[in-house]
Design a binder for this molecule. Structure first.
Ligand code: ADP
Ligand code: MG
Length: 321
């Protein structure tokens, strides 16, 4: 349904989005996960036709968005990261205004607004000023706005940013329910958010897609069996000595020991290289009792940190898009 091909966006010499390609199928709920400055908003602004790309193409059902932005924009509902706030309008006035901009046929406006209000749960604040609403309600109004054009794709940029914990849960539930009826692309720098809502996660770092898949597979695939935690009845020096002759170890870390007289050690090897047998044999050869040996499965959190480490915050400047 959506196809992004070799998309690159440069701001002067700075590469914000670096040759990314991906596809989204109809009905999917996809999360862009990445730290601040990763290129999520830039990608979304291009996807929705609000920003031009330096290189690359975006197709929605075969129509090139850069060539026919109006046709494609009609199919998308977009909640930008910092939507313009029309604080002096009531919710009703604002949604009518949005319908006008989106050229909703006059006779459909009433129904469209009615349905939108109920879908996002803001019927009770219909006549209040947008500026007087809580941030949670304002975000719902933003979602209602995105629905006004009767889109089949929703693009939501950091939809829970700035909300309190209760509002965050409510907005997440709402997005989950929208996911049943729309193709959704949402972005977040918060991992649990994306992994809770999205069956598919794309981790974006430094303008590139560094992982793409369902959260469980990402966690399993990338690190499975590459980390083994052992407990040996020995001091640290003896434990280190036992594995000193082993090939294939990329890193060793001493962990806080659970029992006195023992050493807990994390042994890391290349991906897909299972060292458990070799480790067992090595301790056995040195006659150091091994009382624990287990594979440590990485969580998505660890993967995220690993894949996005090395981001230089100093390089990241906040610029309005
Ligand atoms: P994210 O949404 O993941 O936080 P952005 O897409 O907003 O990331 O930004 C990606 C990179 O592009 C950042 O380094 C940011 O500073 C830079 N950037 C974004 N918009 C502009 C702009 N209008 N001018 C110059 N640099 C920009
Ligand atoms: Mg952003």
């Amino acid at each position: 349904m959506i196809e992004v091909r070799n998309l690159t966006k440069r701001y002067g010499p700075h590469v914000a989005v670096d040759d990314i390609s991906f596809q989204v199928t109809k009905g999917e709920v996809v999360g862009f996960l990445g730290p601040n400055g990763a290129g999520k908003s830039t990608t979304m602004n291009i996807l929705t036709g609000y920003l031009s790309a330096t290189v690359g193409d975006v197709y929605v059902d075969g129509t090139n968005i850069l060539e026919e932005p109006e046709a494609v924009k009609r199919r998308m509902g977009y909640l930008p990261e910092s939507p313009p706030i029309y604080g002096e309008m009531t919710v009703r006035e604002y949604l009518r205004f949005v319908c006008r901009i989106k050229k909703v046929p006059k006779r459909e406006v009433k129904d469209r607004i009615e349905q939108g209000l109920h879908r996002v749960g803001i019927a009770e604040v219909y006549n209040r000023l947008v500026g007087n609403l809580s941030k949670g309600y304002r975000q719902r109004v933003g979602l209602a706005q995105a629905l006004m054009g009767n889109p089949d794709i929703l693009v939501l940029d950091e939809p829970t940013a700035g909300l309190d914990p209760k509002q965050i849960i409510e907005i997440r539930d709402l997005i989950r329910s929208l996911g049943a009826d729309y193709t959704v692309i949402l972005s977040s720098h918060i991992l649990p958010e994306v992994s809770e809502i999205c069956p598919r996660v794309m981790i974006i770092n430094d303008g590139r897609i560094v992982a793409d898949g369902d959260p469980a597979t990402l966690a399993g695939d990338l690190f499975d069996a590459s980390q083994v935690v052992i407990t040996a009845v020995a001091d640290e020096a003896k434990a280190r000595d036992a594995v000193s002759g082993l090939r294939g170890i990329s890193r060793i870390e001493i962990l806080p020991a659970g029992e006195s007289g023992t050493t807990e050690m994390l042994i890391e090897s290349e991906k897909d290289r299972d060292l458990r047998r070799d480790i067992f044999a090595a301790f056995s050869a040195k006659q150091v009792p091994l009382i624990g040996l287990r594979v440590k499965n990485a969580t998505l959190e660890e993967i995220f940190l690993e894949l996005t480490s090395g981001v230089k915050e100093a390089d990241v400047t906040e610029v309005d898009t």
